[in-house]
Design a protein around this ligand. Structure first.
Ligand code: NI
Length: 222
């Protein structure tokens, strides 16, 4: 990165920290920070443009639509206004905006209309943060934020949700493991991302086994 770019990244960090002060625990500055760090690591391995990766990672959750009544334009708009202010070139802006527009999962049952190595990298970094111990913590925190049940054996996971149903889902948090988290390992874009996802995926499977053992009071097994 050039000196100017490093300075722009620093300014972006300040802006994002400030903007996400009141954010829900799983989508706050620390989430963005983890995604930023993982994205730079993956981006380096995958020879991506680290300036675009850095900006994309820092701005990817600046206004997540699920906290803005499903409004998907507000995030890209805020990112663009900010990048204009700190004089990021138009061509980089365009790449970063596309990352923000295309990164999210939204049920996974729809075709992604845009591809770039930088999007692949930031998306992998964001997905990694939904896996493993942090993924579990974030998942239950979000469920609590939405006042969802932890688990209900009567309500089975729904694997065929479209984008709209997925957004409105009120299912117990455990279902979210089957509807999203356990599917992510096979949807990682880059080789580096795939390798990093493996351990976190196994950790979640162990967590679920233990959860059911305790739920069913299978004392012998504990
Ligand atoms: Ni995110």
């Amino acid at each position: 990165m050039t000196e100017v770019q490093t300075k722009q990244i620093e300014e972006t960090i300040g802006f994002v920290k400030n903007t996400l002060q009141e954010a829900e625990g799983g989508h706050d500055w620390f989430h963005t920070q983890r995604v930023f760090r993982n994205a730079l690591h993956i981006g380096e391995e995958e020879n991506a443009d680290l300036f675009i990766v850095g900006l994309g990672a820092l701005l990817h959750d600046i206004a997540d639509s699920k906290f803005y009544d499903g409004d998907e334009d507000i995030g890209p708009q805020m990112a663009q206004d900010f990048m204009n202010k700190i004089k990021v070139s138009k061509s980089v802006q365009q790449e970063v905006i596309r990352i923000i527009q295309h990164i999210s999962f939204k049920g996974g049952n729809f075709k992604q209309g845009y591809k770039s190595i930088e999007l692949d990298v930031v998306q992998d970094a964001d997905r990694l943060d939904a896996l493993g111990a942090i993924g579990i913590a974030r998942c239950f925190n979000y469920g609590g934020f939405k006042n969802r049940k932890l688990y209900d054996p009567e309500i089975l996971p729904d694997l065929k949700m479209d984008k709209e149903t997925y957004k409105k889902s009120e299912a117990p948090t455990i279902n979210h493991f089957y509807e999203k988290l356990l599917l992510l390992k096979d949807r990682m874009n880059t080789n580096t991302g795939k390798q990093l996802a493996e351990e976190r995926h196994n950790y979640m499977e162990n967590f679920l086994e233990q959860f059911y053992r305790e739920w069913n009071m299978d004392i012998k097994q504990l």
